[in-house]
Design a protein around this ligand. Sequence first.
Ligand code: MN
Ligand code: ZN
Length: 502
Amino acid sequence: MKINVEAGDITQHDARAIIVNLFQGVTSPGGATGAVDAALEGGISALISEGEIKGRAGEAPLVHTLGRMPSPRVIVAGLGKQDAFNLNVIRNLMGTALRRARMAGAKTVATIVHGAGIAGLETADCAQAIAEGALMGEYRFRKYKSNDDPSFAEIETLTIVEADKRKIRAIERGVERGRTMAGAANHTRDMANEPGNELPPTELANRAKRLSAQAGIDCEVLDGAQMKKLGMGALLGVGIGSSRQPRFVIMRYRGDKRTKKTLGLVGKGITFDSGGISIKPAAGMEAMKGDMSGAAAIIGTMWAIGKLKPRINVTGIVPTAENMPSGSAQRPGDVVRAMNGKSIEVINTDAEGRLILADAICYARQEKLSPIVDVATLTGAMMIALGNRATGFFATDDTLAEQLTGAGERSGELMWRFPLIDEYREDLKSTIADIKNTGVRGGGAISAAKFLHFFAEDTPWAHIDMAGTDESNKDKGLWVKGSTGIPTRTLINFVLGRAPRR
Ligand code: MN
Ligand code: ZN
């Protein structure tokens, strides 16, 4: 979908659908919506008094203009309550409205700039939210579909129409940034939606290479022999049951030549998690193709960083393996050694994410990356704790925690901090090794974090457990069924927030 910006009058636009808006509780609309209402001889206000158009957030009723306007359709997108209005309402509104337009067969859509001037929102930020919500909301993963319903044609262009010529530059700037943010999230989704047979560790590494090249980022891929040399026994143990070899991806972006200080981002890349010998039940196992969503988010983030070029150094690290049972697979009770020399007793082969992350965190420490932020679909316990509304995370200091929470808020991806209490480390005491990979069932998200903390040692570090939020089970606002792309935009905003302004 192309996005254009134009100066003009939306009521005169001939797109196959135009999008205006309405706050909840407004009975006689003003602005562009008022102008459309006038062109339709009071049609919109009549539907408001009928109770058919309510202005509620998440609603996008479609009205036919029947020759009274150049465009055949008007979508009156709900802005919700005035006091709850923010950029995320705009993102969601655009997602919902575009899917509604697409369902009606509209190949061209025009919209006003929702939100500019309301609640102190900047024009550029509103335009960014429009592009972001539009591109994320109309996303579909159709690679393996053949006989698609012809009525579900793609939207070819979205035109943002603004009456005030002086605002055009700011709108264009916002659209450009929204395109990068949504592009990154959609790259993440493309990888996470890909089935396990099509995306083994080698292919995930290829995607990282391709996207890095596109964004001008240096990308290095280590194979099994190189990992063995580095002593990555924990990662190699996880991949040993699969016929498809693990890989270790390092993406380096240098945006600040004045310093060696480099931020480290690490993502869990289990391309399929069967559980290994501690095999998972069959029901729902297909969702485990998404166990590389953390890795995908890191790759998507690095792509955006390469495009946006902030003044900061960032290294993205992706340990990737397939967790399969076989005659060569790792057994419960096995002891492996991580890159820092520490031994790990593998109690449950399904707690494999923390094993590959252990080596990745050791590598990040050896590279002197600080702080280190890892991202993983790590524990079922986190899914139970927070469900699919918010993403849980842990951090060794308050500043890092605040930066992540703030970046999440700016992205419309809610982040909630969990405690890193030392007592939970006791659950991981092994009789024969330095640590074991699972403890007790209760507080499982926290003991998993404490396992990783053992390898992060004294490096400032945060761990994002996105097990409940990597996937959406329905189309809603900017989310569509399948991968959410979380927390790609949060990470981008986090990096941008740490970079000094140019
Ligand atoms: Mn697992
Ligand atoms: Zn896993």
